[in-house]
Design a binder for this molecule. Structure first.
Ligand code: ADP
Length: 253
């Protein structure tokens, strides 16, 4: 924020000019981000809409003479409209989280994560979920959001790693920090894309991700939720392969 006192010396005028310039630059950058976001969102929505319209037109043109096309086209329309619904829900989520002011309160993270892991295990089957959860770890946070973070990371681990390789959900406290981690043995994420995957709509290697359902919004939402819960998130490589997503709360000394 530039000061409002009247500048007197050339140096003060210079400083004020620079501060004003920085402000304009930041605003410009924000506008550019928003424009990019709207353009990406429109692009993502255009694909399912085109597919729906294409299939409606097919039914209209050929439905009478070739009724066998109808069930297949309807199934396609169903699938694409569901995809659109997910996308819109995710977009709403992002814009809400942008403005969210949330109440943080004491959470028994050990209990929350253990419950979630146990409930979630069956839906991952036959893939195994290993729970390594230390007891009695508390953070200040929002329970719904914390659950949403863990579910999103487990979902990704399940989507991007082979079912015969286990996923690990870990909660651990050291002198410095509390760390909540989801580790898998999938393809992993190349080092030069470990930051980019948190951007909206970013997916590693379109060809690799294409076969797997997704919009590239999940991790952008996770990152926002993590920040709202006053933590940070980073990705490291698992051994011998795969990735580890770690959510970290620094402990004040
Ligand atoms: P989505 O899964 O819908 O594409 P995300 O934002 O959740 O979107 O993830 C962004 C990209 O990061 C994914 O498309 C995928 O390429 C990569 N990714 C996320 N989680 C993992 C993981 N556990 N292992 C490997 N790649 C991952």
């Amino acid at each position: 924020q530039p000061t409002l006192s009247i500048p007197e010396s050339p140096r003060e005028i210079n400083d004020l000019g620079r501060a004003f310039n920085n402000l304009l630059l930041a605003q410009n950058q924000r506008l550019q981000h928003e424009r990019q976001f709207i353009s990406d969102a429109s692009h993502e929505l255009r694909t399912p809409i085109a597919a729906i319209r294409g299939n409606l037109s097919l039914i209209r043109r050929r439905g009478d003479s070739h009724p066998e096309v109808i069930p297949e086209s309807l199934a396609f329309i169903d699938e694409e409209s569901l995809r659109m619904q997910h996308l819109i829900e995710n977009l709403l989520h992002l814009s809400r989280a942008d403005r969210a002011k949330i109440e943080l309160s004491d959470q028994d993270l050990s209990y929350l994560v253990l419950q979630l892991g146990e409930h979630y295990q069956p839906s991952l089957a036959p893939q195994k979920l290993q729970l390594e959860i230390d007891q009695n770890i508390h953070v200040k946070g929002n329970a719904d959001m914390l659950q949403q973070i863990v579910v999103a990371l487990l979902d990704n681990a399940h989507k991007y790693s082979p079912v015969d390789q286990p996923i690990t959900l870990r909660l651990h406290q050291t002198d410095d920090a509390i760390e909540l981690a989801v580790a898998d043995h999938g393809e992993g994420i190349p080092d030069d894309q470990k930051t980019a995957v948190f951007q909206r709509f970013y997916r590693v290697d379109q060809s690799r991700s294409q076969a797997i359902e997704g919009s590239g919004l999940g991790l952008a939402i996770v990152q926002q939720l993590v920040a709202l819960n006053q933590a940070t998130i980073k990705i490291t490589n698992n051994q011998p392969r795969g990735s580890i997503f770690t959510v970290r709360w620094e402990l004040k000394k």
